[in-house]
Design a protein around this ligand. Structure first.
Ligand code: MN
Length: 277
């Protein structure tokens, strides 16, 4: 199942190029800010899923192209991410250490944007890079999970672009500017991705292929990352865990168009603009 948010916080399920509106099953979606209704729905999704499936089976679709897309998830309690989790990216960054020595960093959930949105570059004079990554959305509370059980904690997969200012500040500063965490195009539930370690991921900058790798090349796989992260902090439904970028990162400039695709997960386009005007 591919879940999206669109228009006025409608919840949709993708059916090919159409979206079926299932918002009526999310009674609290107009609760006041912050809009955490989808996080709550993820926590009780086992009960919700048959109702959604029935609504999709009998529902009328409308063209996805006629919808205003929103990020498929808002206000997770945290966005956790792995630095240096691909060997060739470690080499291109001349990084001495990997995820095993560095641990995780946090990105501000307020930096989330969605498909078709615009990344705003904060500095004219500093390098800001794209990093395409496979991200996991957690489905259940998870503390000290063993790797063998870790994939049971996954609710869905999505694409995450970990936009990053290069420099000396702490990662959580350099990666948390507003608009620095595009996610989407959908939350693709775990049952649609039999093996998260066998997915081709690509990023094009203005049509030029810049990143092209497989999730096979991760130093620590999804299950190991969940084990490691859940031993540090309890993972909560809706939390996002990003798994690191492969080689091929490069700087963004105003006017750029970024296309990202991960096999079985989807494809989306992002724009880039100056944020200093
Ligand atoms: Mn990254």
């Amino acid at each position: 199942m591919r879940l999206v948010l669109f228009d006025d916080f409608q919840v949709g399920v993708l059916r090919g190029e159409e979206v079926v509106d299932v918002s009526h099953l999310f009674e609290d979606r107009h609760a006041p800010f912050p809009r955490t209704f989808l996080v709550r729905a993820i926590a009780r999704f086992d009960a919700l899923r048959p109702k959604i499936e029935a609504a999709v089976a009998g529902g009328r679709g409308r063209p996805l192209s006629a919808c205003r897309r929103l990020p498929p998830l808002l206000h997770p309690s945290k966005v956790l991410a792995a630095p240096v989790n691909y060997k060739k990216h470690q080499a291109e960054m001349s990084a001495a250490n990997t995820i095993h020595e560095l641990g995780f960093f946090l990105k501000a959930p307020s930096s989330i944007i969605g498909p078709g949105d615009t990344i705003r570059l904060p500095f004219r004079e500093r390098r800001t890079d794209h990093e395409v990554e496979l991200a996991v959305v957690i489905g259940r509370e998870a503390t000290c999970v063993k790797a063998a059980d870790a994939l049971d904690c996954v609710f869905a997969y999505t694409i995450l672009v970990d936009v990053t200012v290069r420099g000396g500040e702490d990662r959580s500063t350099r990666k948390s500017f507003d608009t620095f965490t595009p996610i989407g195009p959908a939350l693709v539930t775990r049952d649609e991705i039999p093996d998260p370690q066998d997915l081709r991921m690509r990023l094009w900058l203005n049509g030029e292929l810049k990143q092209d790798a497989s999730t096979q090349d991760m130093i620590e796989g999804v299950a190991g990352l969940i084990q490691h992260a859940s031993a540090i902090m309890t993972l909560l439904p809706g939390d996002i865990l990003s798994t690191g970028t492969p080689e091929g990162v490069s700087p963004l400039k105003p006017g750029d168009v970024v296309d990202v695709e991960i096999e079985r997960v989807g494809r989306m386009r992002l724009n880039v603009a100056a944020g200093w005007d």
